[in-house]
Design a protein around this ligand. Structure first.
Ligand code: SF4
Length: 338
């Protein structure tokens, strides 16, 4: 169970991983009992690294990101494990402490940039306020920093843009503003949840390239949450594939993409369009992600898996090293027969 320790940030937090999640469990108490949304999930993100967290809707990837940010909606709660950002435990902080850590140590980018922007204030006012909240800069210095950030994220004529309101920006430009806001305090970690899903395809590629460059230039660790294995292939250094609240495969992107071990990862790979295939030839994974209250026993992928055997229906395979990656499937652990 969570032990409530709120350790102070270490002296040089930049020598620690940007994020370390260990054995995280997230529960949602309900009338039908306690539902476990995230079950014993561990992951680490180093500075300057993008970890792609991928899976279909309901896999638990967004809840993992929200738990890290301390933004789980009640009655959701961290019921076990730990979340450490730059060497500092952040699970169990008070709301006031979390508000300080969020923004200063962690930035967030969500699918809809309008949720992060206040329509009543200019982009400049919002950037300056955020910078001043999390740094010691005075108003003039914060304005200079806001201009630098807008330039950094590729917004032309930043002097003029500072005076404009969010509705005067296109979707792609708004998402660039949100990225600038997320970077305002030079955080160690950015959680980017489906940051390109609402954008046109051509803009998606630009935003992905921007995130990649900022991660390298600023040394920020990024958790890129997406349902799209294609985005992961283009952007991430490492990937954690989630299914039904668990990480079922993880490893360097190159390894996981070229040789996925878990049948679910193989299914996600087959659903990526390539330049040489007609879209209607793409394979989809049969069936759908089980609901939280109706997860099957054993390997929770077994009702959809073409290789399922008797063992799969009874026992959940552990996540173990396979080649350069980790996978949770009986096919690599002695077979699917009992
Ligand atoms: Fe399929 Fe069995 Fe592997 Fe689960 S453990 S993915 S059901 S083969």
């Amino acid at each position: 169970m969570f032990d409530g320790r709120n350790e102070a940030a270490p002296q040089d937090s930049r020598t620690y991983p940007a994020l370390s999640v260990e054995n995280l469990t997230v529960e949602f108490p309900s009338r039908r009992g306690v539902l476990t949304a995230i079950d014993d999930v561990s992951m680490e993100i180093h500075r300057g690294e993008i970890l792609g967290v991928v899976g279909e809707s309901g896999a638990g990837k967004s809840i993992t990101g929200l738990a890290v940010l301390g933004l789980l909606e009640a009655p959701g709660r961290v019921a076990g494990g730990s979340i450490t950002v730059g060497g500092r435990r952040v699970d169990g902080l008070t709301e006031a402490e979390l508000t300080k850590v969020r923004g200063r140590e962690m930035g967030a980018i969500f699918q809809d940039p309008l949720t992060a922007l206040n329509p009543l204030f200019t982009v400049g006012a919002q950037l300056v306020e955020t910078i001043r909240l999390h740094t010691d800069l005075d108003k003039a210095q914060a304005r200079e920093k806001a201009l630098d950030l807008l330039r950094e994220v590729g917004i032309p004529a930043p002097e003029d843009r500072l005076k404009q309101y969010p509705h005067q920006f296109s979707g792609g430009m708004r998402q660039r503003v949100v990225i600038a806001l997320a970077l305002a305090a030079d955080p160690q970690l950015i959680i980017a949840d489906e940051p390109t899903t609402a954008l046109d395809v051509s803009i998606q590629a630009q935003i992905i390239a921007l995130l990649r460059r900022l991660c390298e230039d600023y040394g920020t660790g990024i958790m890129l949450v997406t349902h799209d294995m294609g985005v992961i292939a283009e952007t991430a250094d490492r990937v954690a594939v989630m299914y039904s609240g668990k990480v079922i495969e993880s490893g360097p992107v190159e390894d996981v993409i070229h040789k996925p071990h878990h049948p679910y990862t193989q299914g996600l790979m087959n659903a990526i369009p390539s330049l040489h295939e007609r879209v209607e030839e793409l394979e989809q994974i049969d069936g759908s992600m089980p609901r939280l209250a109706a997860r099957p026993g054993g390997c929770s992928f077994h009702p959809r898996c073409p290789h399922a055997g008797p063992r799969c229906r009874k026992q959940m395979p552990p996540l173990v090293p396979v080649d350069n990656a980790m996978a949770a499937c009986w096919l690599q652990q002695g077979g699917t027969e009992l």
